[in-house]
Design a protein around this ligand. Structure first.
Ligand code: GLN
Length: 447
């Protein structure tokens, strides 16, 4: 029944929202029957789910929203997809995103522009724009996104839903098409915090296929949602309410802090002094890693292959020139430059050193506090086309989410009121490494 409802809703609204790149109704029904006949009765059993299109699904087209993978049908499932099948969820289709997860608006998809369900003239955020919009539009109750510099939390904030980036290593990246491997994490997007906790529980754990997955026991994040946060110590970084953050966003966070105070928490202003270098550090490191990770798309091993090439080098060149979009090429060039001999020490190595300082800022603050709280984004969702021609302004949108990836700590975005233009705002709650439990408890108490 839930699968029927999901496809009905998709038929009614996806022509406007354009969240899905690929739908798989036949297979979804087969999965639903299998889950039923296997007698799966877990809490996630029979729940329709949408999967971001950079997470590989066996036999189900997976494009990363790129022309270079437009005909790519993977031969295996990502670990998270396997785990969800075990839990009995039903994959209804693959969700739109910025090409290779590079972007903050989903306008970099080579297929279609996803629209914000709250106002179709606005972006849903990105890069997991399809994942957030599909949940906000009621097409699916659950989706998976990926977050390298904010790509789960920022679209969740723009679309008024809940999005969690887990601790780096909490969730296996096996089968996630790599963008920046030291930052990428898969995470859940849902309508409320409790659903989110259940979905994360199903996908966590060490995985022999991912050497960076952590050997930390899975926890019942959903068991701790008592509403009790008495005595909780909250840190509010002054950099997160300062310059560049709009007044209405600042006010929404201050009112959220009042609510949390009313529940018995206390908050103090702190400083994350190096977070101002976050965006610059991130774009060096993420582009460097991307330039290396994307070398595998050569026209031989996966997906699209250019025609009429004279020789092997020409085939590589033509395939990549025709297959990658502008933003992806920009990052590959930036990353290749930063990793070149002669520049490596000045750029890549320096950025790694600054990353260590940013991480240390978080560790220092978290020594005396349970969570760090601030906005998810400096502004509500902008209009489609508004900043797409200005990459630096687009990059600055992630100023409040990027440091969390650089530090590797968990962060969630929960809805936090509305802006004057009627679009949702998000509250970001950041926790200690592997303490998603507290992050969920606070998010749930606030929600
Ligand atoms: N907007 C950031 C970027 O373009 C973050 C993307 C992401 O988290 N995947 O790199």
């Amino acid at each position: 029944d839930l699968v029927d409802e999901s496809f009905k809703r998709i038929a009614a609204v996806d022509g406007d929202v354009k969240a899905f790149i690929t739908l798989d109704e036949e297979n979804a029904r087969k999965q639903a029957e299998e889950a039923q006949s296997a007698g799966k009765t877990g809490i996630l059993s029979g729940i329709p789910i949408g999967v971001k299109d950079n997470i590989v699904t066996k036999g189900l087209r997976t494009t990363a929203a790129s022309q270079i993978l437009r005909n790519f049908d993977p031969i295996y499932d990502a670990t998270v997809v396997n785990k969800l099948h075990e839990a009995g969820t039903i994959t209804v289709g693959k969700l739109n995103m910025d090409e290779f997860a590079m972007g903050s608006s989903t306008e970099n998809s080579s297929f279609q522009k996803t629209r914000n369900p709250w106002n179709l003239n606005h972006v849903p955020g990105g890069s997991s724009g399809g994942s957030a919009a599909s949940v906000a539009a009621g097409e699916v109750p659950f989706s998976l996104g990926s977050d390298t510099g904010g790509s789960i939390r920022q679209p969740a904030s723009f679309c008024g839903v809940v999005g969690m980036k887990p601790t780096y290593g909490r969730v296996s990246r096996f089968g996630l098409i790599a963008f920046a491997s030291s930052l990428d994490q898969i995470g859940p997007i849902t309508r409320n915090v409790e659903d989110n906790a259940h979905l994360l529980e199903a996908i966590v754990g060490i995985d022999p296929h991912d050497s960076t997955s952590a050997n930390v026991p899975a926890e019942k994040f959903s068991a701790n949602l008592t509403g009790d946060i008495k005595g909780l110590r909250i840190a509010v970084p002054k950099e997160y309410l300062g310059e560049g953050v709009s007044e209405e966003v600042r006010q929404s966070v201050l009112s959220a802090l009042k609510v949390l105070e009313g529940l018995g928490a206390t908050w103090e202003e702190v400083s994350l002094p190096h977070s101002k270098y976050g965006v610059a550090t991130y774009y060096l490191l993420a582009s460097s890693e991307a330039s290396s990770n994307l070398a595998r798309f050569d026209g031989i091993r996966y997906g699209y292959r250019a025609e009429n090439a004279d020789n092997l080098i020409d085939l590589y060149k033509k395939t990549r020139a025709e297959g990658f979009g502008d933003e992806v090429k920009r990052r590959i060039m930036l990353g290749t430059f930063a990793l070149s001999s002669g520049y490596y020490d000045a750029y890549y190595k320096k950025a790694q050193q600054v990353r260590t300082l940013i991480k240390k800022d978080f560790e220092d603050v978290l020594e005396s506090y349970d969570v760090i709280i601030g906005p998810t984004t400096p502004t509500p969702a902008f209009k489609i086309g508004e900043i797409i021609d200005d990459p630096l302004t687009m990059y600055a949108n992630d100023i409040l989410t990027i440091p969390v990836n650089l530090a590797g700590v968990p962060g969630i975005s929960v809805p936090c009121g509305f802006a004057e233009n009627g679009l949702p705002l998000g509250l970001q709650i950041i926790g200690h490494h592997f303490d998603e439990k507290t992050v969920y408890r606070v998010a749930h108490a606030y929600e």
